[in-house]
Design a protein around this ligand. Structure first.
Ligand code: GDP
Ligand code: MG
Length: 329
């Protein structure tokens, strides 16, 4: 899961990346893998008395400015989501910077739409479903609206899958502010809502300083700024949520592990994530939700109460499911 960091020069991308890494000497040209904090994973490890915890992770990649040059645009194509950093510690042109970034994404998609449409017409496929759909996309994009705000049917979505349209990707807007924001954020949040972009605020420079301090000095430093806690774990959680994933867990005597899965994916797909053999030889999955297990952390007891459910390969995994796959190969 790759997320690209974009924004105007000086918006604080590099500072944010270093803070996420907890390393002021990080080379921002390298991708950074970040663990997604999940208190449920910690709780499971405690309950099951297992020492090894494996969290899900995401990779952040900094796109150098100017991000919207063609040579940098291609780095965004295979990203699962875009993280747009906006400067609200010095300049604070929030709406303008947001809309201009969105405009660039739309322009790039518009040119993809044009190229593909021209080719279809040249191939004599006027009136085909794909061309009709592309015409609708063009109308939408020409209004300056990102494709993520379009209502598309599952079959239309699958027709568009190969294009990797940039304005269709989920976007998380990170407002980088000092202790006092320069500009009011209300108007930006309204536009972002209309664009189905989620927003979060962080003080990147502060977070970087915080991350350089030993753990035991964190509370005092946070308190000196009047902060409750670091905003980074919230930012990471929100980036994860923007990907529209659910998390399932596996447990064995050696480790508890969290796995990401697209929403509405099945037990068979979950099994395939864990091991291809498990999908190939899938027999059934035993499933219990995190909350149930936390109330009664005893699998044999849950099984005898019928609360450890037996599910087939088409079962749709819910966020927080703990699953055990039975398979034979
Ligand atoms: N005061 C303050 N300075 C910041 C903040 N974020 C970044 N800076 C400074 O702004 C400059 C540019 O930041 P950088 O992270 O390199 O921006 P980038 O061009 O987006 O990678 C650096 O000197 C940072 O120390 C912030 O939240 N507060
Ligand atoms: Mg930079």
């Amino acid at each position: 899961m790759k997320l690209v960091l974009v924004g105007l020069p000086g918006c604080g991308r590099t500072t944010l990346l270093k803070a996420l890494a907890g390393d002021p000497d990080l080379d921002p040209a390298k991708p950074l893998t970040v663990k997604v904090p999940d208190p449920r994973l910690d709780r499971l490890a405690e309950l099951a008395e297992v020492r090894r915890k494996v969290a899900t992770s995401m990779v952040f990649v900094d796109v150098p400015s100017p991000a919207f040059e063609p040579k940098h645009m291609t780095r965004m194509q295979d990203a699962s989501a875009i993280v747009l950093v906006l400067d609200n510690y010095a300049r604070g042109n929030l709406e303008r910077d947001f809309l201009s970034a969105e405009g660039e994404l739309c322009l790039s998609d518009l040119s993809t739409v044009e190229n593909r449409s021209n080719r279809l017409i040249k191939e004599g496929r006027k009136g085909c479903r794909e061309l009709e759909l592309l015409d609708r996309l063009r109308d939408h994009l020409e209004k300056g609206l990102p494709l993520r705000t379009m209502d598309l049917t599952p079959s239309e979505l699958s027709m568009l899958r190969g294009y990797s349209f940039l304005s269709q990707k989920p976007i998380l807007v990170v407002i980088n502010r000092a202790d006092r924001p320069v500009a009011d954020e209300g108007a930006l949040i309204e536009v972002a809502d209309r664009h189905q972009a989620s927003t979060t605020a962080v003080n990147a420079a502060f977070e970087l300083e915080l991350s350089e301090l030993p753990e035991e000095e964190h509370q005092a430093f946070l308190g000196s700024m009047g902060y409750q806690g670091s905003s980074l774990s919230r930012l990471i959680r929100q980036a994860y949520v923007s990907l529209d994933l659910v998390t399932f867990f596996t447990m064995n005597p050696e480790e508890v592990r969290a796995w990401p899965l697209p929403r509405n994916a099945t037990a068979l797909e979950a099994a395939g994530k864990v091991h291809s053999d498990m999908a190939r030889g899938f027999v059934r999955a035993e499933v219990v939700g995190f909350e149930r297990f936390a109330d009664c952390p005893d699998m044999p007891e849950l099984r005898s109460r019928g609360e450890l459910r037996v599910e087939g390969k088409d079962y749709v995994i819910r966020d927080g499911d703990i699953i055990q796959v039975r398979f034979s190969v």
